[in-house]
Design a protein around this ligand. Sequence first.
Ligand SMILES: Cc1cc2nc3c(=O)[nH]c(=O)nc-3n(C[C@H](O)[C@H](O)[C@H](O)COP(=O)(O)OP(=O)(O)OC[C@H]3O[C@@H](n4cnc5c(N)ncnc54)[C@H](O)[C@@H]3O)c2cc1C
Length: 146
Amino acid sequence: MPVPTSWGARASWSWRPCPKARCASASNSVGRTLCIPGAALVGDAAHTVHPVGGQGMNLAFQDAELLADLLGHAQGRADLLDEATRLYSDGRRRQVKRVLHLTHVMGLIGSLESLPLIRAREMFLRLFNRTRLLKKLFVQRIIDVG
Ligand SMILES: Cc1cc2nc3c(=O)[nH]c(=O)nc-3n(C[C@H](O)[C@H](O)[C@H](O)COP(=O)(O)OP(=O)(O)OC[C@H]3O[C@@H](n4cnc5c(N)ncnc54)[C@H](O)[C@@H]3O)c2cc1C
């Protein structure tokens, strides 16, 4: 079945030139809406995330969890099902956008080509790896768990 154009979803993440580095653009990689009456998108069909973050599967699980929860509350009532998918779409788009932005920044940092900036990145990563609290906060922020 062809994807309705109203989804606004992209088939795959795309490479676009960034000012200083080559990095997959993540800003438009979530559909304008993740639902139409009677159907909802989850996982990679709904959003594509920069591979550097390794978050595609996590996002897909979170999609499924929220959608199942909201559909469960609708208890099969037709009038509530579309409202449930709309709530799902709004809630997930907010969360997914946040992850897309974070992973996009990670992609940019990972694509640095200037030697001083690469050294600064390595220094920061060493420091980051030793700082358990910072690491924990970052992971919590990106995957929304813990
Ligand atoms: C190399 C790699 C490493 C990754 N590492 C991570 C990671 O570390 N952490 C993480 O969270 N995510 C990671 N991901 C992303 C993650 O794998 C995906 O985000 C996740 O699998 C998306 O799940 P999905 O169910 O939406 O899509 P998919 O897993 O792609 O499932 C779609 C399914 O639909 C089937 N299909 C397609 N077209 C049709 C059709 N017309 N009819 C019937 N069936 C069809 C496909 O065969 C496939 O089985 C990685 C991805 C790749 C490629």
